[in-house]
Write a protein that binds this ligand. Structure first.
Ligand SMILES: [Zn+2]
Ligand SMILES: [Zn+2]
Length: 319
């Protein structure tokens, strides 16, 4: 069996802003990625399983364009959510309804779509996506485990693949629907096959210092599990760090420290925005190509481990 990770997305962090004249908003090829698909194929090259991680706007279009999800390979077996924010869930309606219609039209007798997320996120999606949840089989896990906790592996029956969620802090998502704080809702994922380890590490805020300096035994275990990956896909919403302030997402300076600590072979920058640094500052309005050029210069100058890349939507990696 062969496992591929494809990068999905289109819009989201941040959406193209009405009236904005920055290079990113005015470019017709502007791309943002906040989602990935784990596609498994048999020895005949047929897609036999598909796990989707996050479903923001544009994800359905990425799946429709994916050459491995055409015809009888057009399937969705699991949806896993890092958290409930709209840039990771706003495409659920299009996606889940279209799976349902395809199933009915082709008499596939599909089960409700299994959906994994943390319990806090489950409450948010039940509030914001009650219609879609009616077509899903929800598997919420845990309650309020602190950042840096390994959760039980996902109950996905796929030979040679283990997917382990790891809790992260993401401050503007870490509250319950009832206003309870903190209500930790977010998870990263470690995907292990027989030959590779891949980390999906988004969204997280800049307070996740346990990635660099674990303080508890649980955090040390989590860091060991996240270390020496072949592929680290990591949230890099800002280029510049905001001094003395916890930001909702990491800056590129945080990411350098995470990479130095976790030592992946390849670091892929995700969730690039290009606005929060502000007009006139580095990062403002950069397209993905510029992000990659600037990041590679820093990687070389500071001799950081492995290589750094900005993936394109539709890129696939053999795991
Ligand atoms: Zn978020
Ligand atoms: Zn996000």
């Amino acid at each position: 069996m062969k496992h591929l990770l494809s990068i999905n997305g289109l819009d989201g962090p941040l959406a193209r802003i009405l009236g904005c004249d920055c290079g990113r908003c005015t470019s017709p090829t502007r791309q943002a990625h906040t989602s990935a698909s784990l596609i498994s194929q048999n020895d005949q090259g047929e897609t036999v399983h598909h796990i989707l991680f996050d479903a923001g706007l544009g994800v359905s279009e990425s799946l429709l364009a994916n050459p491995h999800l055409q015809g009888s390979g057009a399937r969705l077996d699991w949806l896993c959510l890092t958290h409930w924010h709209p840039d990771h869930t706003a495409g659920m309606n299009q996606l889940i309804v279209s799976r349902n219609v395809n199933g009915k039209r082709n008499k596939l007798n599909l089960p409700p779509l299994p959906l994994w997320c943390r319990s806090g996120t489950a409450e948010w999606v039940q509030k914001h996506h009650d219609f879609e949840i009616g077509l899903c089989d929800l598997h919420p896990i845990g309650d309020n485990e602190p950042p840096g906790t390994l959760l039980p592996s996902l109950p996905i029956l796929l030979p040679d693949v283990t997917i382990t969620p790891v809790t992260v802090a993401h401050l503007n998502a870490d509250h319950g629907v009832d206003g309870r704080q903190p209500r930790y809702c977010c998870a990263a994922f470690v995907i292990e096959t027989a030959v590779t380890k891949t980390i999906l590490l988004w969204d997280l805020d800049s307070s996740n210092e346990w990635l660099v300096q674990p303080e508890t035994e649980a955090q040390e275990t989590a860091v060991t599990h996240l270390s020496h990956a072949d592929y680290l896909f990591v949230d890099t919403a800002f280029w510049q760090a905001k001094p003395h302030k916890t930001t909702s997402h990491p800056s590129f300076s945080n990411v350098q420290r995470y990479a130095a600590s976790l030592r992946p072979r390849h670091t892929f920058l995700m969730h690039l925005s290009g606005h929060p640094d502000g007009r006139g500052n580095p990062g403002w309005g950069w397209e993905n190509g510029r992000w990659q050029t600037e990041a590679r210069q820093v990687w070389q100058t500071k001799n950081l481990p492995g290589q750094v890349h900005v993936p394109a939507i539709g890129d696939s990696f053999c795991l």
